[in-house]
Design a protein around this ligand. Structure first.
Ligand code: APR
Length: 261
């Protein structure tokens, strides 16, 4: 694949006062975490992700849906942050006023050293109670750091909230659900006020998250895109860096460090 030298993008980044890094499934692909649409392999292949990741599916068959999320959680736990995640954390040091907004439900940004990423689609590691207020689940057993791999296709009954007895559900945003209000507000405000938005590994087709780079572009920010494939965000991007996150981001950070500020 042709590598575009990141000189122009590095100059934009080095001179930016406020930066937003906006990431999607592509940044975790090189850690071995498959994109959502590639996720249903093996015994899970007979299911449709868009039908498992819904409130209706959980109500109809909570053991099936919880089992699928436990399997995903175990796989993420085994994955390690890749150079793309590490370079993202380095951008936060390079430009202290950086807000990291991710659509990913894994914790690889946190494990790479990023400070408080805004999780637009929730987290695999923040289960919620389905009772009133959807508060964080009170679990009698703590969520294990290294859960046993439940194996493909395993049905696992979800725990009950120790506080109120309702079922516990994955703390992720399912199809048809609203995004967490605080996260969406933080992302919109950051996008509206940044000079540079770096979008990495997202197809830019899932709304409302895909609005975030568009908001930045409309407010005059320079959008830099890192993706091996063309996306609808090509048109609003000042610079398109065609390549993978683990290839492009470390080179971009190195170039930004030596660019005039
Ligand atoms: N580096 C950078 N980008 C990559 C890489 C890589 N190594 N590998 C793949 N990509 C790109 C693909 O070209 C694609 O454009 O990552 C993008 C992944 O697109 P999606 O699977 O649609 O992921 P995302 O944009 O995060 O989807 C948004 O949709 O499935 C739901 O809730 C889920 O948060 C997810 C949301």
């Amino acid at each position: 694949m042709e590598q575009v030298p990141p000189t122009e993008a590095a100059a934009l980044l080095a001179q930016a006062r406020r930066v937003v890094v906006f990431t999607g499934a592509g940044i975790s692909a090189e850690s071995g975490v498959p994109t959502f649409r590639d996720d249903l392999t093996g015994l899970w292949a007979r299911f449709d992700a868009t039908q498992l990741a819904t409130p209706e599916a959980f109500h109809a068959d909570p053991d099936l849906v919880w089992g699928w999320y436990e399997w995903r959680r175990a796989r993420v736990r085994r994955a390690r942050p890749n150079p793309g995640h590490l370079a993202t954390a380095a951008i936060e040091s390079l430009c202290p006023d950086t807000v990291l907004v991710t659509q990913n439900v894994d914790d690889l940004h946190e494990r790479a050293g990023s400070r408080s990423p805004v999780h637009l689609h929730g987290s695999l590691f923040a289960p919620r109670c389905i009772g009133a207020g959807a508060h964080p689940a009170a679990l009698s057993e703590p969520v294990e750091d290294e859960p046993a791999d439940p194996g493909e296709g395993a049905r696992i009954p979800p725990p009950r909230c120790a506080h109120c007895g309702w079922l516990v559900r994955p703390g992720v945003v399912w199809f048809g659900e609203a995004l967490p209000e605080a996260a969406l507000t933080a992302a919109v405000e950051a996008a509206a006020g940044c000079d540079v938005l770096l979008t990495v590994g997202t197809s830019g087709v899932v709304y409302p998250a895909a609005e975030i780079p568009l908001i930045a572009a409309r407010r005059g920010a320079a959008v830099i895109q890192v993706n091996p494939e063309p996306t609808p965000l090509d048109d609003v991007s000042a610079v398109n860096l065609r390549g993978t996150a683990a290839q492009v981001l470390p080179a971009l950070v190195a170039a930004a460090r030596s660019a005039p500020r």
